[in-house]
Design a protein around this ligand. Structure first.
Ligand SMILES: Cc1ncc(COP(=O)(O)O)c(C=O)c1O
Length: 380
């Protein structure tokens, strides 16, 4: 039975370039980058060369890139730091109902400590209205945090426009840009964006490594204390093998971004056309116009999401239901609910996300299996 992986928004296979770079560091350049001797110097060179690769894909100066353990840490750092600045009564954080739990749960924690949290709604397409965003900003807003690309639907928020609005109002702006990195050209330095979070494992790097981008001159309070690493912005010995794998994955993603986007967009569209013709009552969720090329979220009325994922898994096909990171939960997706999609449609949605390794024959095989699986799950 073929094994087909259509869950690249949850995590990606590690790119061979990243494996090779990590192997080099693990076996040869094992030093601690803070050490003054040759071994430290080699590790330091590896670390800084990876910082160059990551900053090149982000389109920023290398010293604005702070390595972390992943986007969850980066998001928490920015939100907690904003709230740590002696908030006055009534101060709040503005974010969006469709954010990832790495923002929503961090915001909840702040709420429990007395900081206001305003969750802005999205429209049926999953998009935030810039006018509504603008109306929400005043001088009691400590931070606005809006994700760039939604992990469940692939819907793109108008982040450059939102960042400009926030800058006009003097409100610090952060974006969870995990699902945008390596999928969209970012050129961050040209935007009035203050902070952004990224994760290596969503674009062919290893797990447990991420970045917090902090614009030149933007200060923040580190989440933990303990050492001078990352210019005192993220204490603790750097995960040099992981960081180097992240750097190599960024270089590979930068080299094939255009070609990959075109190829995966065409495959995703072919997949939807096949679904539409073989399962005519299927629905696409999220904006078709403002969406990354590799993501497709579809509701199959009458077929429970979890049952679909399990039945496809038995056929060797990996897809996701609801939030991938929360897979296994039977709750309807908070993202689809926030888009106004009724529970009977949001509990029968699956997400298919394509990536570097996805081939046309895999899409064809998937389509030869899917209609029967939907039929069986509906019958059950
Ligand atoms: C949009 C988004 N934000 C944050 C995260 C968390 O990233 P990490 O796994 O690096 O903590 C993910 C991945 O699950 C994500 O898709």
């Amino acid at each position: 039975m073929p094994r087909i992986y259509l869950d690249h928004n949850a995590t990606t296979p590690v790119r061979p370039e990243a494996v090779e770079a990590m192997q080099r560091v693990l076996t040869l350049h094992f030093g601690n980058p803070s050490s003054a001797h040759w071994a430290g110097s080699e590790a330091r060179d590896e670390l800084e060369s990876a910082r160059g690769q990551v900053s090149s894909l982000l389109g920023v100066a290398p010293d604005t890139v702070v390595f972390t353990s992943g986007a969850t840490e980066s998001n928490n750092t920015v939100l907690r730091s904003a709230a740590a600045r002696f908030p006055r009564h009534g101060d709040r954080i503005v974010t969006c109902a469709t954010e990832h739990p790495a923002v929503l749960d961090a915001a909840d924690d702040l709420r429990e400590r007395g900081i206001g949290v305003q969750l802005l709604p999205v429209d049926r397409d999953g998009r935030l209205d810039p006018a509504r965003f603008s109306d929400a900003l005043d001088d009691s807003v400590l931070l606005a945090s809006i994700m760039w690309v939604n992990n469940e639907t692939g819907v793109i928020q108008p982040v450059p426009k939102l960042a400009a609005i926030a800058a006009e109002r003097g409100v610090p702006f952060h974006s969870d840009a995990v699902q945008a990195l390596g999928k969209l050209p970012l050129a961050l330095a040209a935007l009035p964006l203050d902070f952004a979070s990224f994760s290596a494992h969503k674009l062919g790097g290893p797990k447990g490594v991420g970045v917090l981008y902090a614009r030149e001159g933007q200060r923040f309070q580190p989440l933990v204390r303990g050492g001078p690493q990352e210019r005192r912005r993220r204490p603790g010995t750097e995960n040099v093998p992981g960081i180097v794998g992240f750097g190599a994955a960024c270089a590979a993603a930068e080299a094939d971004l255009d070609e990959r986007s075109g190829r995966l967009g065409a495959l995703r569209d072919r997949l939807w056309q096949a679904i539409e013709s073989k399962v005519p009552d299927a629905w696409q969720n999220g904006s078709v116009e403002h969406r990354v090329p590799h993501t497709l979220n579809v509701s199959f009325p009458g077929a429970d999401s979890e049952a679909l994922v399990e039945a496809l898994d038995l056929e060797g096909i990996a897809v996701a239901s609801g939030a991938a990171c929360a897979s296994g939960s039977t709750e309807p997706s908070h993202v689809l609910l926030a888009m106004g999609i009724p529970p009977e449609r949001s509990t029968c949605a699956i997400r298919m996300s394509l990536g570097v390794t996805t081939r046309g024959d895999e899409i064809d095989h998937f389509m030869s299996v899917l209609p029967g699986v939907v039929e069986r799950v509906r019958g059950a």
